[in-house]
Design a protein around this ligand. Sequence first.
Ligand SMILES: Cc1cc2nc3c(=O)[nH]c(=O)nc-3n(C[C@H](O)[C@H](O)[C@H](O)COP(=O)(O)OP(=O)(O)OC[C@H]3O[C@@H](n4cnc5c(N)ncnc54)[C@H](O)[C@@H]3O)c2cc1C
Length: 550
Amino acid sequence: MRYDYPVIDCDVLVIGGGSAGAMAAIRAKEMDPGQRVVVFEKGEIKYSGCIARGMDALNIVAVPGISTPELYVESNGLACEGIMDEPVNYRMCERSWDLLKKLESWDVCFPLDEQGQHEVLQVHPKGRFCVTMKEPELKAILSERVLESGVRVLNRTMAVELLKNGGRVTGAIGMNVRTGEIIVCNAKAVILTAGGTARFGLPNNGYLYGVYDFPGNTGDGYCLAYKAGAELSGFEYTLIYYIIKDINAPLLYITLTRGANLLNAFGAHREKEHPSIKSMLLEHHEGRGPMRIIMSHLPERKIKEIEDILFTTERPVQERFFKGRDVDFRSGEIELWPTECFLCGGHGMTGVRVNEKAETAVPGLYAAGDTSLVARGHLSGAFVFGEISAESATEYAARTEAVELDRDQVSAFIMRRDSKLDQSGNPIPVEEFEYKVRRIINDYIVPPKNEYKLNNALWWMDRFRKELVELVRIGDVHDLFKAYEVENIIQCATMSATASKERKESRWGMWHFRHDYPDVNDREWMKHIVLSRGEALEDIKISHKEIIKM
Ligand SMILES: Cc1cc2nc3c(=O)[nH]c(=O)nc-3n(C[C@H](O)[C@H](O)[C@H](O)COP(=O)(O)OP(=O)(O)OC[C@H]3O[C@@H](n4cnc5c(N)ncnc54)[C@H](O)[C@@H]3O)c2cc1C
């Protein structure tokens, strides 16, 4: 039989070329320059992912003499309200200073004061861990290093299915999002770094892509891992941020740590009380929002400093946004609002369960960054666990034989893809369908939650799964890959409603607030809710796991 798709063999396949994936690929080549490392990236590695361009801080670094990994574990435990495994968080923080030094050796800019010290800010409940970074070229630096180290990067390639042999993951099927062509990668080890579910709830601005997190992240990593048999957790942690209205871009700590004032709708000052996103969101929902940032009292030098960071490093588009709205930091105010709801391991606590070696429950499968659960690890977690996953995958690949490709699995996928392409006569455009799915997520999964709403969410997601096949039009490749994305959003919503229904208490402020169980109940619920695949794909198994202490 003739097969008309290319097959590439490699030692380590990385799925997702964002922060964690780029770091994993670089580290895999450092570990063994001779091994073959491939990256599947849905977008273009030069700009894709949360970083896109640069970032203003490495949020978690234990700077010697200022803080320690032990204090970080304590501090993050408070922020996670106890639902946090200590060893992975300790491991991440323990390696954070070496990570910073490594980034500096790559010419990533962490500004130093006149005494040669880093700026270290407090944004956690306890201790100072947030080191200011000022590197508009961060993603370019990473992607160049990936390419220079000899990694083969396949841009515009969306991983659509993991290959399995027995219990082991042995590669992935990728699909070019522009041509629809299939490419198969036979790998000894696979690292999942496909981010979280940024396109989950619908943002107030009404744009499908106008979200806080990288809009190309549609929970693909979670769904690939789920289908392959991995364990997932934290899907009830439905995160909503509180940032610049409409553009949904960050600026809070950049301004507050430099002297800006935070006022609620009645003019009461809030900047002194270490305003967490959680507390601002509560204030907003209690009717004292929107909160506003005011900088008119600051000297010109400070305002320039803030503008310099905001308009160059993280989202330069902010400059145009504020100009377009006639907002000048010297006289105007910046209105803050809740973002859409999203799922994420880096800002939140949703992810594939991994141990200190970034191993999942499935042999050959590793996870890092927002796809994995190293609670609230942010960029530091993505980088450090990117490295750890590469070390573990390299070691596994070195002692493992490659297996022959299971052509039947690929053929079955191609048949399913082709039947999707037969949907060209269906009436509903995939964008409209995505809008509806995410509107229903807003109605029934976004907190405040209750059992009635969550049951409705599950009913709707079941129905959407069928409608995606029976009603949604797939006229070209663009529609096709969007349909795969929406399928994953639906699966993530199902997992989120399932876990939210299971956790019969309220925790993490608004993020998992249930009107029918309004109190925190540590006695019964100080544990993880773990999801895994049952016999059939739709059967989500629920189990409870103890919190792992050191
Ligand atoms: C706006 C914003 C500001 C932030 N600011 C900070 C900060 O200042 N400090 C800090 O410490 N942290 C910050 N964070 C958090 C931090 O950036 C993230 O936790 C981290 O970058 C996540 O890295 P990641 O590799 O997991 O995900 P990403 O960097 O998002 O990468 C995921 C990649 O996977 C690709 N992908 C998705 N699906 C597929 C698929 N099916 N096949 C192939 N590829 C796929 C995507 O295209 C993307 O490139 C910020 C996050 C955001 C969104």
